[in-house]
Design a binder for this molecule. Structure first.
Ligand SMILES: C[S@@+](CC[C@H](N)C(=O)[O-])C[C@H]1O[C@@H](n2cnc3c(N)ncnc32)[C@H](O)[C@@H]1O
Length: 251
């Protein structure tokens, strides 16, 4: 099951994906750090990141707390990359499926997720599993979940980039619109839940490195090269990306 999942989720180049994940984590940093303060993560003793990938967030959690930090992912190649970095050694790693977490009941104070739920095959089951392995009063945090279907690019490209990326994600088995459904999923799993959404905005003049990586990714995914060239030549380029968050407390 784990191997089957990992084949579907990512190409064969975990280093490239790690750079991509670091970039995504940069986009969502202010929202995430606000949630860390709200949740008082410094008081946690045991934290799990479900869907930790190559560790962009798990490493940060290990650095910012004295908690025992665990990371779980279905993709063994991502975990191997994380295990190989000095900072990654501060994270206890496990290959496994979010739908059947390999931890006893009540193991964690906090479960963090970041850009995870869109890839989770059965989000309600994953949320129920998170509830099971949280202690009473523990928190499940969706720190940032992008809504690609509502992404807007200026200029928007033809085909519009948000639509192109949403379609690509759907073809690879993801749900790019899951963010708006997290509140209900958490409530149905038995969490007292608060949720919301922010519009992140980046501009080429301010953060050119983000655009370089977006163009590379679009080229990899087969976005028409002539259209990409004309986008690169445009001025005033902007990306507006809605990002959902949700906090569920186990009562
Ligand atoms: C987009 S990556 C995000 C990685 C990391 N959270 C970050 O923000 O850098 C999503 C990760 O979720 C993992 N994943 C998806 N479904 C999973 C499941 N059912 N069980 C475990 N991991 C899963 C994927 O293997 C992938 O590494």
């Amino acid at each position: 099951m784990v191997e089957a999942l990992s084949r579907n989720l990512r190409g064969p180049d975990p280093d490239w994906w790690h750079q991509r994940y670091l970039q995504q984590a940069e986009w969502t940093r202010s929202l995430r750090h606000h949630l860390y303060r709200w949740l008082e993560i410094a008081r946690c003793r045991r934290i799990l990141e479900v869907g930790c990938g190559t560790g962009a967030i798990a490493e940060e959690l290990a650095e910012r707390t004295t908690a025992e930090v665990h990371g779980l992912d279905a993709d063994r190649s991502a975990l191997a990359l994380l295990r190989g970095r000095p900072r990654g050694r501060g994270v206890c790693l496990a290959a496994g499926d979010a739908e059947a977490l390999p931890y006893p009941d009540g193991s964690f104070d906090l479960i963090a997720t970041h850009y995870f739920w869109l890839w989770a095959g059965d989000p309600p089951q994953a949320a129920r599993e998170c509830r099971r392995v949280l202690r009473s009063g523990g928190v499940l945090a969706a720190l940032a979940e992008p809504d690609y279907s509502r992404r807007k690019d200026v200029p928007n490209g033809n085909p519009p980039i948000g639509e192109f990326l949403s379609q690509d994600l759907k073809e690879r088995g993801a749900n790019p619109e899951i963010g708006a459904g997290l509140r209900d999923i958490f409530i149905q799993a038995g969490f007292a839940t608060e949720a919301g959404m922010l519009d992140g905005e980046v501009g080429l003049e301010v953060q050119p490195e983000i655009f370089q990586q977006e163009w590379e990714m679009l080229a990899r995914l087969g976005y028409p090269s002539s259209e990409l060239d004309s986008l690169k030549a445009s001025s005033g380029l902007k990306i507006i990306m809605p990002v959902h968050w949700a906090i569920g407390r186990r009562l």
